[in-house]
Ligand binder design. Sequence first.
Ligand SMILES: C[S@@+](CC[C@H](N)C(=O)[O-])C[C@H]1O[C@@H](n2cnc3c(N)ncnc32)[C@H](O)[C@@H]1O
Length: 252
Amino acid sequence: MNEYLDPAFVADYAAFWAPHLRNLTSLLADSLSGQVAPQDTIVDLGAGTGGLTSQLLELGPARVIAIEPSPLMSDRIAPESALTVLNRNAQDLIAELVDSAEHVTAAFLFQEQSELEMRGTLDNAARLLKPEGQLHVLAWGESQMIAPGAHEEALWDCLDELGLGDEEGETMAELAPNALAQVATDSGFRPKVTEHIETLEIPRHHFLRYQARLNAPHGGPTLDELVLILDARLPAEPARIECAVSRLSGRL
Ligand SMILES: C[S@@+](CC[C@H](N)C(=O)[O-])C[C@H]1O[C@@H](n2cnc3c(N)ncnc32)[C@H](O)[C@@H]1O
């Protein structure tokens, strides 16, 4: 089952991950300030509970359109007159929004997607953007999302004590920065990658409680992460966007 359609997971996500991720999405919002004009439209792909979405609204564009397939997640986005929420997948063409956006954003979306879906999403972003429009991506980098090692043993002990030690943990897909830039290039973008080393500090007891509740015995209590911001601009002359889906399905 998709965890974002599970009410218990979504409640945990909203209480635990959302506040931590907001500290990181503010990096992306800050990098956009000064680039957003009052008449602009921003499409936010994989908006979740609206952490980045609300930061984008604060930049004062005419419209922000949040694309989020799970209504359980999007119901938690604070309503606003400039905001439209669409319960759609980022890789599916949103015909009514083609050529409408100055900016498309995607924060912590790609770890949820297969490579095929990621390529579909980037092709879609290229279609939604006006010529010279920009795509801004915040994604987990190459390092482990949750670093194994030092704290792992203590975590296992703790989970064993709670009788939760045997379940198989989730794994997060990882995306190498160069791979993301390459896929963006394939979709007609001129990517510029900015890397930020950030540490997302999560209190140990907080993390252990979260892991125990999710029954997910992996990792340690802090996230030492390489966070990647990719700013990609479409050329003024719209590049011919190959359909990545058919290209890839030819290979499968
Ligand atoms: C980690 S959350 C996103 C965080 C959010 N961008 C923020 O700023 O707080 C990942 C979100 O991606 C959504 N998602 C998963 N697959 C998706 C897809 N194919 N298209 C769009 N969103 C998707 C999930 O439902 C979830 O809400």
